[in-house]
Structures are given as C-alpha cells and as structure tokens.
Design a protein around this ligand. Structure first.
Ligand SMILES: C[S@@+](CC[C@H](N)C(=O)[O-])C[C@H]1O[C@@H](n2cnc3c(N)ncnc32)[C@H](O)[C@@H]1O
Length: 200
C-alpha cells in the first residue's frame, strides 16, 4: 500500500530538491575519502548522491519505493554509485561497528520509541571513533510553518541529543534559525539543530 511519503514523492520534481542539505555540505569535510557512511531515511537521494560524489562509500536506507526510484535516477544522472537499500528503520538490524559515520537528515518521522531504537542502533553500527551526524528541526519549530512533524517529542533539543549520545565527544552542535529553500518540502524560516559527535 502506498504511504503518505510515496504520495509526497510522486511528482516529477524532487520534493526536497536535489542539492544537499546545507548541514551536509557544511559538515562533509569531516569524512575521510572512502569513509563508509550510512544514511538513514535518505529520501530521494540528495544527500547520499552528494556525499558519494565527494568520495564517501554510501549505504542509503529508505522505506519509500517511490523515493528510492528517484534516488537511483539522481545517482545515474550524477554518475555516482550508492548502495540503496529498501528498508523500514524499525526492521533494520544495525550491523555492529560497520560504519565510519551515520547521517540522519530530517528523520523525525519516528515516534519516541522508534527514535530511541534508531539512536541505539546508530551507537551499535558505528565503529569506535565513528561519527554521528544529525540535522533536523528543533522543538522551537512548532512556532514555524516551514515543515516537520507537529509533535514536540519527535523534534530535537541539543540536551536530548547529548543525552542520547552520552560519552561521545561533541564536535559540532548548533540550535539556530535559518531560511530553508529545499524544494516544495521545506520552505521558509525554520528552527534547526545540528549535531555531530564522535563515538568513544
Ligand atoms: C523528511 S523526509 C527526509 C528525507 C531525506 N533525509 C532528506 O533530507 O532529503 C523523511 C524520510 O523518511 C522516510 N521514512 C519514513 N518512515 C520511515 C521508516 N520507518 N523507515 C525508513 N524510512 C522512513 C520517508 O520515506 C522520507 O523519505
């Protein structure tokens, strides 16, 4: 059965555009050439294709077949190779210490219990010294209309992320407002969180 996400991605346009999220472009320098990167709920491929083009070895998980078909088309157009995996994150087995970095950009579809499973899974699948790289809406986004779920528990605060990744070395954290221009999906003033930390 087609999901709400399939419907959102059904048009010929890329719903969040084809340029990487600004966070991804700003933080990509942290990835060594050939870094094994896992992208969670990758959508239509904008971030995975960009990072593959920068030399990362990207595995991208995404549940929507409609999004994945467009992601594959974007990779073909760019001439980059990505390991695309149709995947519901609730079913993922999080292979132990398999990745140098895990990226989650606007993965705030998950209710609190699944979000906790995802954060624990990130900790499991990162190798020691690997990077967690998260970007999404802050709880302050409830006051804006530029996208994201209207559920405060699914939005981020830096305190919550620091608690979820306790013991990690904090490399970059920011709670800020910016104007988003990411396709039809994210447009206008937004309250955002960046979080990059290194697993011990
Ligand atoms: C807001 S979009 C973000 C997409 C992408 N990360 C980006 O920034 O362009 C959220 C994505 O989560 C995917 N998604 C929703 N539920 C999922 C689940 N249970 N497992 C995997 N992906 C899921 C949707 O299909 C959608 O692509």
């Amino acid at each position: 059965m087609a999901s709400d996400w399939d419907h959102r991605f059904a048009g010929t346009d890329y719903f969040y555009g084809t340029a990487p999220a600004d966070f991804v472009a700003r933080q990509a320098w942290r990835l060594a050439p050939g870094a094994r990167l896992l992208s969670l709920a990758e959508g239509e491929g904008r971030n995975a294709c960009y990072l593959a083009g920068q030399g990362a070895k990207v595995t991208a998980l995404e549940r929507s077949p409609v999004a994945l078909a467009k992601a594959r088309a974007l990779a073909a157009e760019r001439g980059v190779s990505v390991n695309w995996q149709p995947m519901d994150l609730a079913q993922y087995d999080w292979p132990k210490a398999a990745f140098d970095a895990v990226l989650g950009v606007f993965i705030q579809f998950a209710p609190a219990d699944l979000q906790a499973e995802i954060f624990a899974g990130i900790g499991r699948t990162l190798r020691p010294g690997g990077l967690v790289m998260l970007h999404g809406f802050a709880t302050r986004q409830m006051g804006y209309g530029s996208g994201g779920p209207r559920v405060p528990g699914q939005l981020y605060t830096l305190d919550r992320l620091r608690a979820a990744f306790a013991g990690y070395t904090l490399l970059h954290q920011a709670d800020f407002d910016a104007d988003l221009d990411e396709g039809a999906g994210h447009h206008g003033r937004a309250a955002l969180i960046d979080f990059v930390a290194r697993k011990p």
